[in-house]
Design a protein around this ligand. Structure first.
Ligand code: DQQ
Length: 510
């Protein structure tokens, strides 16, 4: 199929027809979506910008899509915010970045991509953020600091501190590991180099280790949790714990998101511990956060696909956002997350579980399962999701308690799909637990599984070939006791009548 001659309507129709396209997670109208960008709430309205190719389901000449919401669940498309110029520093793509306010207007700080290199660019918005004008002096930072051997250099985190702007640009130092470069500015246009805020070590662990931080860091996102339990922008004089989120990358491979927790003093961030932000690895990539109007730290992440490039192109769409999540730091210094409370408005019909271990034969492809279980050492809970009537397809979540309380989590995808061209590798990790009782919430959306176990997320993609693979089954084993179980079918939340280029007519779309 030659996607270049396809009309936007054909692409939209193809995307809509795919029964594996999520129905309540945010997806682009059609085409390609990757990182969340410029996430913010202004005047009560949540803004989600995203890496977007409106012409086809492939990562090419990336634009910035834009959608708004008042409830974090239902989204309205806004006009495309940024498009690559015909010639200029972003001629090959407008890559990831953030939204700030310079006091007079909204400003996007993003990476212009040209000839395989990225540079820092700005664009200014009107009050409604529907039209954007690029800074004539782009790029405002043309290249990485000289004198160091930099692997990659892109993505932005910008905040006000001590009367000035501060900015992180993510990247890596050859032979060492990933890093974030620190800059300072009075006007967002001219920037002073302040060295590296933090540098990782690619040699601390082997590449297959869950905490390998990669040779490059992408999409650094830096913030603070105050001692009274709130969250705030970074402040190097506060003494508060700070968190740097980044996505570990190696030679073109998106690995996994990491949370680094530590202390920020002056111009340096001393990392005390690393943790996997999501046990699903690349399926919750490039996370970005903001403080919303209620004071929550809200996180968005790209729920990357596990189908082949060819299948993604054929489907007419690729990529979804994970559910928006509230983030917090627990007393032990562990970053935890749960879906924002608003997602409960998606609940439609309750699922009935006849008895322990009962099969819900037709839970539907959009469902939520909530389970509370007591797990003495050695006990486990076995949960089958997206199970086909003949049992040949199923995704299995296994939770087994170690002595001491920690819980080993495995999502076995080996039988998730008869289509062995998709990613069927297992996803696993450990959830710290000292109470012996675990809380599990699982969200299913056609080709996605998001599990939250005591605030630790595991995000995955699965592609059942059988349209009737809608069963849910759970079974306590080896002494586990399920205290409560509940489930719901979930409504879809997608806007109707979407266009690949919202608010333009189809003549200008081509
Ligand atoms: N995606 C963007 C980059 C970023 C990467 C390009 C992470 O800015 O480093 O689409 O997925």
């Amino acid at each position: 199929m030659n996607v270049l001659v396809e009309t936007p309507e054909e692409l939209l129709a193809r995307a809509r027809a795919d029964r594996l396209r999520p129905g309540y997670h945010f997806v682009a109208p059609a085409g390609w979506l990757n990182d969340p960008n410029g996430v913010a709430q202004r005047n009560g309205i949540h803004h989600l910008f995203y890496q977007y190719n409106p012409y086809g389901a492939e990562h090419r000449r990336i634009h910035w899509g834009h959608a708004t919401s008042t409830d974090l669940v239902h989204w309205t498309d806004r006009p495309i915010a940024l498009r690559p110029d015909d010639a200029g520093p972003d001629q090959d793509g407008c890559w990831s970045g953030v939204l700030v306010d310079d006091g007079a207007r909204p400003v996007l700080v993003y990476s212009g991509n040209r000839d395989g290199r990225q540079s820092a660019c700005l664009a200014y918005g009107d009050a409604g953020m529907d039209t954007w004008v690029k800074e004539p002096g782009n790029p405002v930072i043309a290249a990485p600091p000289t004198g160091s051997d930099v692997t990659e250099f892109r993505d932005h985190c910008v905040w006000r501190e001590n009367g000035a702007w501060r900015q992180l640009i993510s990247g890596g130092l050859r032979g060492l590991g990933g890093c974030v470069f620190l800059y300072e500015s009075d006007d967002l246009i001219s920037w002073r180099e302040l060295g590296t805020l933090a540098v990782g070590s690619a040699n601390d662990f082997p590449p297959n280790h869950p905490l390998w931080t990669g040779t490059t860091w992408e999409c650094g996102d830096f913030f603070r949790f105050t001692r009274d339990g709130t969250t705030a922008p970074p402040d190097g004089r506060s003494g508060d714990p700070h968190v740097l989120l980044f996505s570990a990358w190696h030679e073109g491979r998106t690995m996994h998101p990491i949370a680094a927790v530590g202390r920020y003093r002056g111009d340096r961030f001393e990392i005390e511990r690393y943790q996997r932000l999501d046990l699903g690895g690349r399926h919750a990539y490039a996370p970005q956060t903001y403080i919303d109007g209620t004071g929550r730290r809200v996180l968005w992440a790209w729920m990357q696909e596990g189908r082949s490039d060819q299948e993604q192109r054929a489907a007419g769409w690729s990529g979804a956002m994970a559910l928006p999540r509230r983030l917090w730091l627990d007393v032990g210094g562990v970053v935890r997350q749960e879906p924002v409370a608003e997602v409960t408005m998606l609940r439609a019909e309750p699922l009935s579980f006849v008895e322990e271990g009962a099969v819900v034969r037709a839970a539907g492809t959009q469902a939520e399962l909530e389970l509370r279980a007591e797990l003495p050492a050695g006990a486990s809970v076995h949960v089958e999701l997206f199970a086909s009537p003949d049992g040949s397809e199923r995704t299995v979540l296994e939770l087994r308690a170690r002595s001491g309380g920690d819980v080993d989590v495995v999502l076995d995808r080996s039988r998730s799909s008869r289509n062995d061209g998709c990613d069927l590798t297992p996803l696993a990790g450990v959830v710290t637990n000292s109470t012996g009782v675990i809380q599990v919430r699982a969200f299913l959306d056609r080709s996605s599984v998001e599990v939250f176990i005591d605030g630790i997320a595991l995000t995955a993609r699965v592609y059942p070939a059988d349209a009737d693979a809608t069963g849910i089954r759970f079974e306590p084993r080896d002494g586990a006791v399920v205290h409560s179980v509940a489930g719901w079918t979930l409504h879809g939340a997608e806007e109707q009548e979407r266009r690949t280029q919202p608010m333009q007519n189809s003549m200008t779309e081509r």
